[in-house]
Design a binder for this molecule. Structure first.
Ligand SMILES: NC(=O)C1=CN([C@@H]2O[C@H](COP(=O)(O)OP(=O)(O)OC[C@H]3O[C@@H](n4cnc5c(N)ncnc54)[C@H](O)[C@@H]3O)[C@@H](O)[C@H]2O)[C@@H](O)CC1
Ligand SMILES: Nc1ncnc2c1ncn2[C@@H]1O[C@H](COP(=O)(O)OP(=O)(O)O)[C@@H](O)[C@H]1O
Ligand SMILES: [Mg+2]
Length: 283
């Protein structure tokens, strides 16, 4: 098992090219949130924006539109109930992240299956929270051309999907289940204390060495989903970009936890541009 260090950040985070524009840094679609879970959508979207994705759109319940515009004017919105519009928009995206705070409805299951079916070899797909739970319950067909699929379960979500009890979630069993369930191009980010990352293509397992109990608050995982989306949108679509997002998320939390008892997910996101600048300068 390879341990992640600062090196992964220096390797992945590059100074921005002078001749660049927002299109250079990728387009992200976040499909998240419901009437009761506005925050999950906001936190995932905020993380993608603050990580530096060129354009970020949130597909969500229209009840959330006003809050999104009020706290995150950089983000655009689309009505989650208009699946034709969401699917059309999805075709133009580099990264699609689905799940935080979504209702587990039949409509959302159908949308998820359509997104999986329609993904192209130039797109990455991130599945978190409800997207993973829907897969556990509804037997999705995971045949897809997506370049990368990233699964971001916590231990209980992984238990639902893999049928592995928490006490049996050992590296060899996790990798075996990943191989059985998911396409080759899948990376499993099994969140916890610590988080481990499994690459289905190579069989490699990476361990996050950063992280703190100050991260144990609602929304920290939603924030990670947005960060992974932002990294895949603007850096090369390789496992290294996912590893860097996971490590940076915990690294920033550790920095903040030196002074704060709990690290609020929105506070973590606000620190992302500072730390990305810091590591880009080390290239
Ligand atoms: N402000 C918001 O709108 C928020 C919305 N959220 C959304 O709420 C929905 C439900 O998510 P939950 O994760 O709470 O519900 P789940 O039913 O998936 O998880 C149940 C419980 O599992 C436990 N658990 C998590 N990680 C664990 C670990 N590593 N080891 C052992 N037990 C662990 C936690 O106590 C958690 O409450 C998701 O869609 C999520 O995105 C949450 O992110 C919280 C904030
Ligand atoms: N005690 C801890 N030590 C290190 N990391 C933690 C700890 N508790 C939570 N985390 C991290 O916080 C995140 C929680 O994700 P998740 O449970 O999906 O949260 P949510 O769905 O509420 O956003 C994961 O990245 C996990 O690794
Ligand atoms: Mg979560």
């Amino acid at each position: 098992m390879e341990k992640l260090t600062n090196e992964i950040l220096k390797q992945v985070i590059q100074p921005r090219p002078l001749k660049s524009h927002k299109g250079t840094f990728g387009k992200v679609l976040i499909i998240a949130g419901s009437q009761n879970y506005t925050g999950a959508a906001l936190m995932a979207t905020k993380a993608a924006v603050y990580t530096g994705a060129g354009l970020v759109t949130l597909a969500t319940d229209p009840h959330n539109f006003t809050s999104v515009h009020a706290v995150l004017p950089e983000a655009m919105v689309v009505d989650l109930r208009d699946q034709t519009a969401v699917l059309q928009l999805a075709q133009t995206m580099n990264v699609i992240a689905m799940g935080p705070g979504l209702q587990p409805t039949l409509a959302n299951t159908a949308l998820l299956q359509r997104i999986i079916n329609a993904a192209t070899a130039s797109q990455s797909l991130i599945m978190d929270a409800t997207a993973l739970n829907l897969w556990s319950q509804q037997s999705l067909t995971m045949t897809t051309n997506a370049q990368k699929i990233v699964l971001t379960p916590h231990a209980v979500e992984w238990q639902r999907l893999s049928q592995l009890a928490l006490s049996t979630q050992q590296p060899s069993a996790n990798l075996r289940c990943l191989r059985q369930k998911a396409p080759k191009q899948t990376v499993l980010v099994l969140k916890g204390a610590p988080t481990a990352i499994y690459d289905n293509q190579t069989g490699q397992i990476f361990q996050n060495t950063a992280g703190t109990a100050a991260m144990a608050t609602g929304g920290t995982g939603d924030t990670l989903t947005g960060m992974i989306a932002g990294f895949l949108a603007q850096f090369s679509v390789q496992t290294a970009a996912i590893l860097a997002a996971v490590y940076l998320h915990s690294y920033i939390a550790e920095q903040l936890a030196q002074k704060y008892y709990v690290v609020l997910p929105t506070q973590l996101s606000e620190a992302i541009p500072y730390w990305m600048h810091y590591f880009a300068e080390q290239n």
